[in-house]
Design a protein around this ligand. Structure first.
Ligand SMILES: [Zn+2]
Length: 433
């Protein structure tokens, strides 16, 4: 799973056609009539029609946005049946997530492109069957949409509830922040990344379980992919060893060329485009390979590489974190130096605003513009090299200015989260509402 921020500019025409709008109006009338008569909305939802989302242009648009891969497992569309998944189920919610059977499903999001994701049959349906082992297994999203414990659930259209989903949405969340790739007896399995807090661990685990990210067939395909990636990495290691051992300038030049050619091949086949299979797995494995050799993958990628943020290291830099309180006290901005804590917070702030943009669709153009500026400022800050402290302070100062601007423009009608912990001095997004 990798993050893809969908292009908001050109949603598929079938979702805004007169027929689609008529479908929405009819569905709303059915819900209103049931409410007015004191009847169950469940029955009204059964009578609703949801045709707009299954138009061909919707399929094509969604699969193109996600590089012709399933949004959940990155399986290639050419090798699976293709579905359009309602991330929030449009009809019945699974009993596991609806124990009182009082939720009629998110029917009002039935043809809302922000609720649609391209999914393969394995991720979308449940239960599954694995021919190789002859077993049934339970993964598959189907009508699941669990929330974190204690989160309120939005029951009807327009209700102002901020849900805390337990499943990751690759168009909002950054999966590489949550997942690690661990090779267990040659099988590359998706696990929970170290250093995550309780809620983050639950979200990672639920997503692995429900999307079936370690289901047998998928792991077998992933293992084939990883074994050829590891061969290329072996070749690169050999080239680099030869280069280090080169006795003269001619030999050095020869092995330098070989290393560059191998790296180019590796980049083009495994890292260079969001359309490549199992991209998150490749990035995590290559990132680790570089770390084990005392190098940073980010130093070898093109400057504008943005398929995943590569600053989200597993281990915060101890020296930076220990020096942080003193640095925060000295610095007028009271913002800590660049560290994993801050990059993580930035990612949370970004998720908050992306969600705000998508779920609350600000009406005023001026607020929309202010949110866009915040997201731009975050994108700049998150790409700052952690060693470039001056660059970091500058980027964060710009970001704080943009946050203030959104706060000023929205304070009359929304509570604005406090993104800066004034005590500790660093950016936080823990108390987002
Ligand atoms: Zn899938």
């Amino acid at each position: 799973m990798i993050r893809r921020l969908r292009n908001r500019e050109n949603p598929p025409p079938s979702l805004s056609s007169p027929e689609a709008n008529a479908e929405r109006i009819d569905n709303r009338k059915l819900a209103d009539a049931a409410k007015a008569a004191g009847n169950s909305i469940h029955d009204a939802v059964k009578a609703m029609k949801f045709n707009a989302y299954s138009a061909l242009d919707v399929h094509n648009w969604l699969w193109a946005q996600f590089g012709q891969k399933c949004a959940y497992c990155e399986a290639s569309a050419s090798n699976t049946d293709v579905h359009v998944d309602h991330h929030r189920p449009k009809g019945d919610l699974d009993a596991a997530d609806n124990p009182n059977n009082d939720h009629p499903g998110y029917w009002w999001l039935g043809s809302d492109w922000e609720n649609l994701l391209p999914a393969c049959g394995h991720c979308n349906r449940s239960p599954q069957y694995d021919p190789a082992s002859g077993r049934r297994y339970k993964s598959g999203k189907s009508d699941r949409f669990p929330l974190l414990e204690g989160s309120a659930r939005c029951m009807f259209e327009g209700e102002d509830v901020e849900e805390q989903p337990a499943l990751l949405d690759p168009s909002i969340d950054e999966p590489s922040f949550f997942f690690a790739v661990r090779i267990h007896r040659t099988l590359p399995l998706i696990g929970v990344r170290r250093g995550r807090d309780d809620a983050e661990r639950i979200r990672a685990k639920e997503s692995i379980k429900i999307y079936g990210l370690n289901r047998p067939g998928l792991v077998r395909d992933r293992a084939l992919h990883v074994s050829s990636l590891l061969l290329t990495l072996d070749q690169l290691a050999e080239n680099l060893d030869d280069l280090n051992a080169a006795a003269d300038a001619n030999a050095k030049e020869k092995y330098e060329k070989r290393s560059q050619a191998t790296w180019k091949k590796l980049y083009e086949r495994y890292l260079g485009s969001h359309e490549l299979p199992f991209l998150m797995t490749s990035i995590r494995i290559v990132e680790k390979w570089f770390e084990q050799r005392g190098m940073r993958l980010g130093d070898h990628l093109p400057h504008d590489y943005d398929l995943v943020p590569l600053h989200l290291d597993d281990q915060p830099n101890e020296a930076v974190v220990n020096a942080a309180p003193a640095a925060a006290a000295q610095h007028p901005e009271r913002i800590l130096p660049a560290s994993v804590v801050n990059f993580r917070a930035l990612d949370q702030v970004r998720s908050h605003f992306v969600r705000w943009q998508q779920e609350h669709e600000p009406r005023a153009a001026v607020i929309k513009e202010a949110i866009k500026e915040v997201l731009n400022a975050i994108d700049i800050a998150i790409r700052v090299d952690p060693a470039d402290q001056a660059g970091w302070y500058e980027a964060v100062a710009v970001l704080r200015g943009e946050l203030d601007s959104v706060r000023r423009r929205t304070q009359r009608f929304v509570r604005f989260p406090n993104f800066v912990d004034e005590q500790k001095g660093y950016l936080v997004a823990r108390d987002v509402i």
